[in-house]
Design a protein. Structure first.
Lengths: 350, 218
């Protein structure tokens, strides 16, 4: 019996094997091309995003949809700007916190007063009205400890961490309030769960002592106050060394980096924390359809047995230059090789 | 020779340990000890540059974090600036280096490369960040750079390095472009596609690449 995407994901996240491995094609910008719009035009109206997500689902059969346009939307909410590219996602403009002392007068933006965030909420609500309970919609929020990378620039942020822990504490407090409000607004609009984007929880980005001191307690605090469950996304960064910290913070799933050994990560997470990943999105522009199939099979072989796995890219955003043929090859491969039980694994050699 | 090498390796190890503890004072002491005469045949650079290389390799292997690499390179830069008179710090100080970030305000990579280059005795000119391709071309030409280094975090900005390479060619310049950053690490052939001459996986590799270019100069 064929399951709905919601049923499939629910079983997978419960560490059971559904009918097949669930997957998500996070080609957030590709519908713009199909709809004859520039990336800027596409993201300018929530109606476009709803239409784009529906097209992605019809074309590739993604089990999870997402209306979050790009991370720079958070910069806009804080009074900054997004810089658009013709062939890629918008990037954050100049930092909104120019010097550490600006934190003293920083005010938490209200979600209901931000046109950019309100447009995103409308997209979630409108999409939910179409897909109902069958296809889960993921909300996204950047974590309070990662947000300053965009708010003030990474270099200035690291200087702040080491030189002004007093101001860091204040900034984290303000960001935590914002993050909780933003996550809850998306859940209220119809998101099934929240993707908590937190590259600063990765030991590739922050040292383990900083993760234990700031990333983990901050995440725990946010999760205790949001009205739903959350998966952590490390935005391509490694996570193996912090699996226990992620688990203790209360996440039900985590992203798998292309730089992590997926088999090892699966061993560490099995039965406790679901994984989503780990196709290398930056290699996809070079892939042939055979490469895509091989990568899908390898990821399934490493992480899908026993459930607890969603196949997707490592970054949560597939580059615009990746061809539709490759996205289709990924989709077809997971539908072919991801059927449970995975009997073919006994003869599989990567 | 053996004693000297032994001493260098021992000091490098202690220096890396001090960097991992963010102990700038201990780093300064170790280098000052070399300069004070007890090991005066050892140049501080022989300790600092390999230490940064080890740290870069440890980051690539997933053993340490970007925050530790950043703080290490910053401490090295500060310690070297204090300990050595400006005139004596570079054997390649005539090599003009320019560095910038294209179409992006993520400037951490640039900062780390600048610190590592300074710790190794170079004086790179910082062209800034959030730059358009033609601004990088103009900056490199204006500074009469021998090498243009470009740091990228996002794939979209990395793809625009191609415009810089083409802009330099159109201007009749042969300034080599060296790139670094996450897109080039995750896609090891991307630097060739966009026409760069080399790519570094970490800031210490940037120093090695610059030294190789310096060695090729007439």
């Amino acid at each position: 019996m064929t399951m709905t995407s919601a049923e499939r994901l629910k079983l997978a996240f419960s560490h059971k094997e559904p009918d097949r491995v669930p997957f998500a094609i996070t080609a957030t910008m590709h519908p713009a091309r199909e709809m004859g719009l520039t990336i800027k035009e596409y993201f300018s109206r929530p109606e476009n995003i709803v239409e784009g997500q529906l097209r992605l689902h019809r074309k590739y059969g993604s089990d999870m949809l997402c209306c979050y346009p790009f991370a720079a939307i958070e910069c806009i909410a804080w009074g900054g700007e997004a810089i658009y590219f013709d062939q890629g996602p918008p990037n954050c403009g100049a930092p909104v916190i120019k010097k550490p002392e600006d934190i003293l007068s920083l005010k938490q933006p209200k979600v209901c007063e931000s046109e950019a965030l309100k447009a995103n909420l409308k997209a979630i609500a409108d999409l939910k009205a179409v897909v109902g309970e069958d296809i889960p919609i993921s909300g996204v929020t950047v974590s309070p400890f990662s947000l300053p990378i965009m708010q003030m620039g990474f270099e200035a942020y690291l200087d702040l961490i080491f030189e002004r822990p007093d101001l860091l504490e204040r900034l984290l407090q303000i960001n935590t309030g914002y993050c909780i409000e933003w996550a809850n607004a998306q859940l209220a609009a119809g998101a099934a769960a929240v993707m908590y984007s937190d590259p600063a929880f990765s030991p590739g980005i922050m040292s383990l002592d900083l993760i234990k001191k700031y990333s983990a307690p901050t995440a725990k605090q946010v999760l205790s106050k949001i009205n739903g469950s959350a998966m952590i996304h490390l935005a391509s960064a490694r996570g193996l060394a912090v699996v226990d910290d992620i688990l203790q913070a209360g996440f039900f799933a985590m992203s798998a980096s292309a730089e992590d050994d997926l088999s090892e990560l699966k061993r560490a997470c099995k039965g406790k924390l679901a994984l989503a990943g780990n196709l290398n999105a930056l290699l996809m522009p070079h892939w042939t359809e055979k490469d895509a199939e091989a990568a899908v099979k390898k990821a399934i072989a490493q992480a899908a047995p026993g459930g607890g796995f969603v196949l997707m890219d490592n970054h949560g955003e597939i580059p615009f230059i990746v061809k539709e043929d490759i996205l289709m090859a990924i989709s077809e491969s997971v539908r072919r090789w991801g059927q449970y039980p995975l009997n073919w694994l006994s003869d599989y050699e990567s | 020779m053996c004693n000297r090498m032994h001493e260098i390796i021992k000091t490098q190890k202690l220096f890396v340990q001090a960097l991992m503890c963010l102990d700038a004072g201990r780093c300064r002491e170790l280098l000052a000890g070399l300069k004070a005469g007890e090991n005066n045949s050892i140049h501080p650079e022989e300790v600092v540059v390999p230490a940064l290389e080890k740290i870069g390799q440890a980051w690539e292997a997933g053993d340490i974090s970007l925050s530790q690499v950043y703080m290490s390179s910053r401490i090295c830069e500060q310690v070297m600036e204090k300990i050595l008179p400006q005139a004596s710090i570079s054997h390649d100080n005539r090599l003009k280096l320019a560095i910038g970030v294209i179409k992006d305000h993520h400037a951490l990579g640039k900062r780390m490369v600048i610190s590592s280059l300074r710790a190794a005795g170079y004086s790179p000119v910082d062209l800034g960040h959030g730059l358009k391709a033609d601004e990088l071309v103009e900056g490199a030409l204006r500074e009469k750079a021998d090498i243009l280094l470009i740091s990228c975090l996002m794939l979209a900005s990395a793809m625009h390095v191609k415009d810089v390479v083409e802009g330099l060619k159109r201007a009749g310049s042969q300034i080599p472009v060296v790139v670094g950053g996450a897109p080039f690490r995750l896609d090891p052939t991307l630097w060739q596609e966009i026409g760069a001459q080399a790519a570094g996986n970490n800031s210490a590799e940037a120093v090695e690449i610059v030294r190789n270019f310096a060695g090729r100069r007439p």
